[in-house]
Design a protein around this ligand. Structure first.
Ligand code: GRF
Length: 213
């Protein structure tokens, strides 16, 4: 077991339903969310974090109303991480591409960064995964948690959750069902880190949803 609490920083850009699951499971997982950083001032995830009394940081626009450059965003985010010293950085619905400067900066703190992605990686990296999966006529879809490296959605896979695509699925129905899987997959992986069990995972963990395709 890691020394309690196992500290987590979460980067977000949007609604934050995955953040909410982590907030709600903090005690059960033995974690403490020490910082939530958003690149969007309007992200509802910030409200969820403040409601839970968690420190929030917005790195969106400067005092002149100009959006921060990628470099400026990453410098500020890194300095927040340096001062909060999390044991794990989680990208949960964080929609900005990170450069090697940030990825290496976090790894120099000795901290892994994980990302939640709505597809069965390595298939369907990038955006609009649900629509692309339907268009391609895939029979299966799902979500992945992977380590972040300098390449987009390409770091080592940790765990995936798989569901069957229904013939009448739309991007919206698929998104809803993938979200439900994400809400189980992400806390499970975070729990493995918090209990120091992640190193014992010999291969990526694959969970099958039991709904009929
Ligand atoms: C999730 O589908 C995640 O896979 C993707 O963005 C979405 C975030 O959802 N990267 P939420 O903000 O956690 O509700």
């Amino acid at each position: 077991m890691h020394k309690n609490p196992f500290k987590i920083a979460v980067l977000v850009s949007g609604s934050g339903s995955n953040l909410q699951v982590l907030i709600d499971l903090q005690d059960k997982l033995g974690i403490k969310i020490v910082a939530v950083i958003s690149n969007k001032a309007c992200a509802y995830a910030l409200t969820r974090a403040s409601n839970a009394g968690i420190n929030t940081f917005v790195i969106d626009k400067d005092s002149q109303g100009q959006r921060y450059s990628r470099q400026a965003f990453e410098e500020q985010a890194l300095s927040i991480l340096q001062s909060h010293r999390p044991n794990l950085v989680v990208l949960a619905g964080f929609m900005k591409i990170l450069t090697p400067f940030f990825v290496e900066g976090v790894s120099m703190l000795g901290v892994p960064t994980i990302n939640l992605h709505p597809s069965l990686l390595p298939a369907y990296k990038g955006l609009d995964t649900h629509a692309r999966v339907i268009k391609a006529g895939e029979r299966h879809h799902g979500c992945s948690v992977h380590l972040v490296n300098a390449e987009l959605d390409a770091g080592k896979l940790i765990a995936q959750s798989v569901l069957g695509v229904h013939p009448n699925d739309t991007p919206d129905t698929l998104q809803m069902r993938v979200h439900a899987l994400e809400h189980k997959l992400l806390p499970m992986v975070v729990g493995l880190y918090a209990s120091n069990a992640i190193d014992f995972l010999p291969l990526p963990l694959v969970l099958w949803d039991n709904q009929k395709p």
